[in-house]
Structure formats: C-alpha cells, structure tokens
Ligand binder design. Structure first.
Ligand SMILES: Nc1ncnc2c1ncn2[C@@H]1O[C@H](COP(=O)(O)OP(=O)(O)OP(=O)(O)O)[C@@H](O)[C@H]1O
Length: 560
C-alpha cells in the first residue's frame, strides 16, 4: 500500500497542507473564545468589533482550507484505490492458466470489488483521518500548554488511558474483518454460480433449494458483518465515554484553578474548548488504528495478486516453431499416485494436421493442456524446436497457440470485434478468415459483422460461436490451432467444411480432438493419434490404421 501512497505523494502533501491549515486554525478558535469572553467581561467595545472582523476573515480562510483539504483527500483516496484495483486486475491477468483456474473466478470478483472497497473504507480513509487528527492533536496540545501547563499534565494522563484501552480490541477486529471478507467472497461465488446456472435452476425447479443456500450464505455474511460491527461499536462507545471523562476532568481542574485565582473565565472556556479538540483526535485515532491494523489480511490478499509472479515456468528464452514440437516420455498426474498421462513420445511436425481420438477420459485434453503450457508438474520433456519448454518464456509460448474449446468464450461486443480482438486486421485477411471459418455463411440480412453477440455470445448459436472462434484464430495468425471438440456444435456438413478448409492451410499446424469419426475428414489428417488410458496406442494415417485392423479399427467400427 505504501507504494500507492508514495506515487501520489504530491496530492497527499497538498491535502495535508490544507488539512494542517484547517486543523491548526480550528484549534486557535479556543484563543478567540478566550479573547471574546475576557473582552466582553471588561466591556471593551472597540476591541470587540476588531475581534469580530478578524474572526470573519479567519473563518473564511478556514472554510476554504477545509474545502481544499476535503477535495484533495477524496481525490487521493480515489487515485490510490484506482491504482490498487488496476494492479490487482493486472496481477490476475499475469497468472498462468493453472494458477488462475485454481481460484474460483468469483473470488477475483470479490477481491476487485469488496476487498478494494474494504481497503478504501478501513485503511486509506482512516490513514488520512489519522494524519489530519495527529496535526489537530499537536496544535491543540500546544494551545493547551500555553493556557495552562497543569491542566495539560492532567489531560496527558487521561489520554494515555484513552489510547491504551481500545488497542486491546485490535486482534478481535482483525479476525472479524478477515472473516467478513471471506464470507463476502463466499457469497459472491454463490451468486455467480447461481446466475450462471439460471437455466438449470429454472428447468429443474431448483428455486427453493437455491434460495435456501443463498439465504444461508447471506446469513453468514450478515453474522460476520454484525460480529465486526459489534466490536467496532464497543470501541467507539468506549472511546466516546473516555472522551467525556477526560473533558469533565479538564472542566473540574480548570474550575479549581479559577477558584484559586490562577486563570481567567475566558481561559476556562478556552481550556474546555481545546480539550474537545484534543479528545476528538484521540477518539478518532483509537477508533481508526484498529481498523487500519485489521485490514492487514485483506491487504496481504491484494498484495499476493498485485505482486504475482509465475513460479511454475521461469524460462526466459523466446520460443520458436520452425520444425515442430517433440514430446519425450511425458507423464503427468493431477493427484499423486494417479497418473493420467503415462509416458507419451510423439512429434508434431510444423504444418501437419493431427486428429486425436480415444474414449472419453483417456487424457486427450490433458495432453493438449500439457503441450500448451497449462501445467508445469510433468515428468519427461516437451521440446519446441528442440528446446525444453521449461527454458521458454511461457507467456510468449501461450501466444503461439489458438485453442478452441467446445464452449467458446465471447466478449459482449460485435462479431467483428470478437474476431479482431481490438487489433487492426487487413480487410483481405478478415475476408479470408470469414470464408474459411464459415462465418460468412451466417452473415446476411439478419446478422452482420456489427451485430452484438450479447453476454457470453448468447445472441448467436453455439455453432456460430465456434465459427467466430475459428475466424478469430485465423486472423490472429497463430501458427498452431488446437480444436478441443472445437467444431462439435456445428452440423456435420459445416464441421466438414470448416475442418477441410483448415486442412488446406499449409503453414498452419492443426491438432483436433474429435469424437465425430467422419472418414472423409479423418482422411485429410496427416496422422490419427489413437489414445487409450493415458498412452498413445496407435498412430498413423487413417487409411493405414484401418487396414492394420488394430485397436483404432475396433474403436472406429464400434463408434459407427
Ligand atoms: N483439473 C483436473 N483435476 C483432476 N482431474 C482431472 C482434471 N482434468 C481432468 N481430470 C481427469 O483426468 C482424466 C483425463 O481427462 P481429460 O479431460 O484429459 O480426458 P479426455 O480424453 O479429454 O476426455 P473427454 O473426451 O471426455 O473430454 C479424467 O479422468 C478426468 O477426470
């Protein structure tokens, strides 16, 4: 957090400068009071008029200072939270895919909204308040010392009490703030889940059970917030009570000094007034310091995002793809002792087309994910042009692949924007991609390139989404295209049209995971990779595999 404050130090300094003018100025009101009372008791009219005029100018300066302080401090808070949110979002985008997926996306949502708001309310704002009140405190203390050293001494003892007592609550507040943030996150996760599953909820009549779960989660948020508010309320009440005790003590000691003839009536009023401007800052400090301390776990959570470094792949070499990708004795397990990929050797040559087939759950997607740098915990080697993947810059390596899954993600933008992804694409390249992907086929009277696809592409069909995704991959000029059942949502003829077009692009390396065994299409692939139980059982052209009458032949015959 310090770095955000330092980055805005000019703004902070200006806010504090006007805050200081206002704070010191408002403390000196006590001296005006003393003067007015003493002058009125001595019936000095001309001095009184001078004081009234001076006070008017003085109050105008105070008003302007406060407006400037308030505006600048609000700007400072907004800037700090904006930077924090930007950096946290940037940190999320820096994550490698497996780290990203290890956290529910609603958790990220909660961090970027609830946690940033918490930090604003319970950290940045209180820090500014504390800084301003420290200045008020110092100037009030100086005025009081000037008015009466004895009263100042009594006040000092009482203040120690005022500071010490609320600090006992610090740990409790910290725990409750952390718990509240976690419960908020849990609720956000549930809300996102339910809204995403809206159609399932409606069609399976899950309303009452979903409402019950929602209410339970909402209850836990309520209880967590109430538990936090209770302890904050206790600190506030305690500090207000102690403040009143302090002010009473000042009043009694000052009254004693009047009785003994040590101070004037004006000084008594001034002392009571200034004791208020001493007590209030202490109350504000004692209420806000536990909040600042309590925000630590939330700030740590944000810091882990802001300072995220990919510790899985630390290579820095720039990947190339001139000859191909070679896999040597590749082994991988999601959970210990349960190997999913069990020793695979294979070479994907540049420009060739591969179809991976095999029973559901045999490890096809896992193999592809290992190829594209999803997971680092594998044994064996994945070599790009002979260089081990672990030595390569993983972000640059990710850029070489276009992966099209069964469920394609669409941004809530036009068809064209979803294809071009905010990049300038030459009209000729766009036209070629529209043609090869089959997007052209559904553009016409009803839909154009400027048609909005809606949230997650809801305004176009699943097949149309997949065609947009293929066009997207083609215009972005990726050398390797992976279709993980990427044409499963289009009809057989369209799938054939798209895949056969892709097979014709000489420079493009295509790896398709497919369940639809269309002989004409399979014939167009250079190699069929037949997987079973985490290994490659057979690999060859479709024609050779069929004539070999091995495991692939049996699988193919059964599927037909
Ligand atoms: N993230 C994960 N964590 C734990 N296990 C997983 C994970 N992803 C996949 N698996 C398991 O790994 C095995 C292989 O899954 P994978 O998705 O690679 O198979 P697949 O051949 O692509 O299946 P399908 O054809 O049904 O898509 C399955 O048993 C699956 O349950």
């Amino acid at each position: 957090m310090k770095k955000y404050m330092l980055r805005n130090k000019g703004l902070l300094a200006m806010a504090l400068l006007f805050g200081t003018i206002f704070s010191v100025g408002s403390t000196l009101v006590a001296l005006i009071l003393k003067e007015v009372i003493d002058v009125s008791l001595s019936r000095d009219m001309s001095r009184f008029v001078t004081i009234v005029l001076q006070t008017a100018v003085y109050l105008a300066v105070l008003g302007v200072s406060y407006v400037l302080y308030s505006t600048l401090s609000k700007k400072f808070i907004c800037k700090v939270t904006r930077m924090l949110r930007n950096d946290a979002f940037g940190g999320i985008l820096k994550k490698n895919i497996s780290d990203f997926k290890s956290v529910n996306s609603a958790d990220y949502l909660s961090v970027l909204t609830n946690d940033v708001k918490n930090v604003e309310e319970n950290y940045v704002n209180p820090i500014l308040l504390c800084l301003q009140n420290i200045i008020v405190f110092i100037s009030s203390f100086a005025v009081m010392l000037y008015l009466s050293p004895l009263v100042t001494l009594c006040l000092f003892v009482a203040i120690l009490l005022l500071i010490a007592v609320p600090s006992f609550f610090q740990n409790g507040i910290q725990k409750r703030q952390d718990n509240f943030s976690k419960k908020q996150s849990g609720l956000t996760v549930a809300i996102k889940d339910f809204l995403s599953g809206f159609e399932v909820i409606r069609s399976y009549r899950m309303n009452s059970s979903v409402v019950k779960i929602f209410e339970e989660k909402n209850d836990t948020v309520y209880h967590a917030k109430y538990a936090l508010d209770k302890i904050v309320a206790a600190v506030e009440a305690l500090s207000i009570m102690l403040g009143i005790v302090v002010q009473c003590s000042v009043l009694f000691v000052s009254a004693y000094l009047i009785i003994t003839g040590k101070i004037t009536a004006g000084a008594l009023v001034a002392l009571v007034q200034v004791s208020g401007t001493i007590v209030v800052p202490i109350q504000i400090l004692s209420q806000n310091i536990p909040l600042i301390q309590g925000s630590k776990p939330i700030i740590e959570r944000l810091n882990t995002l802001v300072n995220y470094h990919d510790r899985t792949f630390t290579g820095t070499m720039c990947p190339t793809f001139k000859t191909g990708i070679t896999i040597k004795d590749l082994r991988f397990a999601y959970a210990k002792e349960q190997q999913i990929i069990k020793g695979i050797d294979f070479t994907f040559k540049k420009g060739e087309k591969y179809a991976i087939v095999g029973k559901s759950g045999c490890g096809k997607t896992t193999l592809i994910n290992l190829l594209t740098g999803y997971y680092d915990g594998f044994e064996g080697e994945v070599l790009f042009d002979g260089v081990d993947m672990r030595k390569l810059d993983i972000a640059k390596l990710n850029e070489m692949f276009a992966v099209i899954h069964q469920n394609v993600y669409m941004f809530d933008a036009s068809i064209k924007d979803n294809i071009c992804l905010n990049k300038q694409i030459k009209q000729i390249d766009l036209q070629r991609a529209l043609n090869m992907s089959g997007v052209e086929m559904f553009l016409g009277e009803e839909k154009s390139l400027d048609t909005s696809v809606g949230e997650n592409g809801n305004n176009i069909s699943g097949g149309q989404r997949q065609r947009v995704a293929v066009a997207r991959a083609l215009v972005q000029g990726k050398p390797i295209l992976i279709l993980d059942e990427g044409t499963s949502s289009v009809d057989m003829q369209t799938a054939y049209d798209i895949e056969s077009q892709l097979q014709k692009i000489a420079e493009l390396t295509v790896v398709t995971i497919t369940h639809s065994l269309n002989p004409e299409l399979l014939n167009g692939y250079n190699q069929i990779i037949f997987m079973e139980n985490g290994t490659i059982l057979e690999t060859d052209t479709f024609a050779n595999l069929m004539s070999a009458k091995g495991p692939f032949y049996d699988f193919f015959s059964l599927k037909k």
